[in-house]
Design a protein around this ligand. Structure first.
Ligand SMILES: Cc1cc2nc3c(=O)[nH]c(=O)nc-3n(C[C@H](O)[C@H](O)[C@H](O)COP(=O)(O)OP(=O)(O)OC[C@H]3O[C@@H](n4cnc5c(N)ncnc54)[C@H](O)[C@@H]3O)c2cc1C
Length: 501
């Protein structure tokens, strides 16, 4: 902290807040976090994250801890019709997919948040204040001033920070302060979420996720971790919401799957799923991230994943600007890049919602016939490009996430890269770059990774390039066929040697 001013203040200590706090902590920045609740939010929410998100945990040095409380989901997700026939499949994965791990992982959100909060203890410059509510923020020229209420003592005080990130969830105060309007992508539907704990093995329960697309009662079944199983059940017209959460109704709703003799109820809550994106994510020193910036129906298990991608995109940019290596303009690329990316995921979730939530019997028959004609269609997670921002080029793979191959030394790529920019490619292309590029690489700590492993060579050949430049968040800054092209991409990094003179 300089003169009593934190580098960054984070409001909200859910998945978005705790991920950004870990990333900024790793950079050694002075961070303060405020969370209204005294404990981790206990109700059932996220149960799935993807391989890209596991890489963020890996970057944070928490992969092993996260693996200990999660399980890889190798089989994919099955969309079955009322008769139990599979009409659509989200593809499965191997233990080591393109991200150097499985593509799908299942977990219990409070356990994951506990691991992430434990990770913060490594960073003495990150100060966490639970039971503290931020009540107002004033954005000034040099810093922002936050008014904070200590809910345990009922007193108020002020804190100053150079930047403020509102990770304050769907009802975000920061979003309102920014004056952001909301783009509505059309899906708003209440669902009942019911978590049960098995008392014993129930062999007939699938070990993979099933979207039961039955027009009389659409429902999702998930094997979470250990003995926890989840049913998400669509609320139908005429349902009495008070009755729905009563044990006798819950057991009746899932009677085709399980009985009260086989499991106990952990909890049942009704949520309304939304599909919205805020239209402004930054104003001056204030930013929003996670559910504060966007909400998706959970049919792809992507809400928290998007929050963690926001964290990964914003953290390195804040560090680069705070430490004076980049100018402020870099921070505007946070929304311009992340907005279209999250939009692509929400669009797909809404489309899947249209398939799952069909309640008209004729429409369901038509839907099933369409899918069955070509046998179950298999789809993968999208890998959208970032929106316009800090990258050069036009077509994919530029601005997509770079995979995580194994290196010839047997280590995974991200372990080698840390939080740095990297150039990965054939050595002849590195060797002939200009002196200015070399200086840039040195001053920005760019890591050079020769294409000595067969996995990297295969990727370069498949994409018809000889080198690729990757950002600290693993997204591709640009690709090059020659040293001259590598010079051109590297010129995106400010010339710190010139700046210093
Ligand atoms: C039923 C369901 C299933 C889901 N399944 C998945 C899934 O499988 N995969 C997935 O990726 N996502 C899933 N999600 C979404 C996921 O849970 C959310 O996207 C994620 O929790 C958002 O994290 P966040 O940090 O942005 O917000 P939150 O987790 O909501 O955290 C916001 C925090 O800010 C605090 N706060 C707010 N205002 C203030 C203030 N003024 N001062 C101090 N603190 C404040 C709140 O107390 C809260 O703790 C699911 C959601 C639901 C409801």
């Amino acid at each position: 902290m300089t003169n009593g001013v934190f580098d960054v203040a984070i409001i909200g200590y859910g998945p978005a807040g705790v991920t950004i706090a870990n990333l900024l902590g790793q950079y050694g920045l002075a961070v303060v976090v405020f969370e209204r609740d005294d404990e981790i939010y206990p109700l059932p929410r996220a149960i799935h994250f993807d391989g890209e998100v596991m890489r963020v945990f890996e970057t944070l040095g928490l992969r092993r801890e996260v693996e200990a409380i999660s399980r890889p989901g190798l089989k994919g997700m099955y969309f079955n019709n009322a008769a139990g026939e599979t009409i659509l499949i989200r593809a499965g994965t191997s233990e080591r997919g393109p991200h150097g791990c499985a593509t799908n992982h299942y977990f219990h959100q409070p356990e994951l948040e506990a691991v992430m909060r434990h990770g913060i203890r490594r960073y003495p410059k990150v100060q966490v204040n639970c039971s503290h509510e931020v009540t107002s923020i004033e954005d000034g020229n040099e810093q922002a001033t936050l008014r904070v209420k200590n809910l345990l003592k009922d007193d108020e005080y002020e804190v100053r920070a150079k930047y403020v990130i509102g990770c304050d969830g769907a009802r975000s105060m920061v979003r309102k302060l920014i004056g952001s309007t909301t783009l509505d992508l059309g899906l708003h539907q209440p669902w009942l979420v019911f978590d049960a704990l098995l008392k014993k093995e129930v062999p007939k329960l699938p070990d993979h996720t099933v979207q039961h697309c039955d027009p009389s009662r659409p429902m999702t079944y998930c094997n979470v971790t250990g003995n926890r199983r989840r049913w998400e059940i669509m609320i139908m017209p005429g349902d009495d919401e008070e009755q729905l959460v009563k044990p006798e109704t819950l057991w009746k709703l899932v009677s085709n799957w399980i009985t009260p003799e086989q499991a106990e109820i952990e909890r049942a809550v009704i949520y309304t799923f939304h599909s919205v994106i805020a239209q402004t994510w930054r104003k001056g020193r204030l930013f929003i991230a996670g559910d504060a910036a966007h909400q998706t129906p959970p049919f792809l298990g992507q809400g928290m994943c998007a929050a963690i991608r926001d964290a990964s995109n914003l953290a390195w940019k804040l560090e680069a600007v705070l430490r004076g290596r980049f100018d402020e303009g870099l921070l505007d690329t946070y929304e311009s890049e992340r907005g279209p990316h999250v939009h692509a995921f929400i669009d797909l979730a809404v489309k899947l919602g249209g398939i799952i939530q069909t309640t008209d019997a004729d429409a369901a028959r038509e839907r099933d016939a369409k899918f069955k004609k070509g046998q179950p269609e298999i789809f993968q997670f999208p890998t959208p490009q970032l929106g316009p921002g800090f990258w050069q080029g036009k077509n994919a793979p530029v601005a997509q996430i770079f995979p995580q191959p194994m290196l010839s030394n047997g280590r995974l790529l991200d372990v080698e890269l840390g939080l740095n920019f990297a150039v990965i490619g054939f050595e002849d292309v590195f060797n002939d770059v200009s002196e200015v590029t070399r200086e840039r690489w040195l001053s920005h700590g760019v890591v050079l990774v020769p294409a000595s492993s067969s996995e990297i060579q295969a990727w370069l050949l498949q994409n018809h390039v000889r080198a690729v430049m990757v950002r600290p968040d693993r997204y591709i800054l640009g690709t090059a066929q020659s040293s001259a092209e590598l010079d051109s991409i590297s010129a995106l990094l400010p010339n710190l040697v010139v700046l210093a003179h």
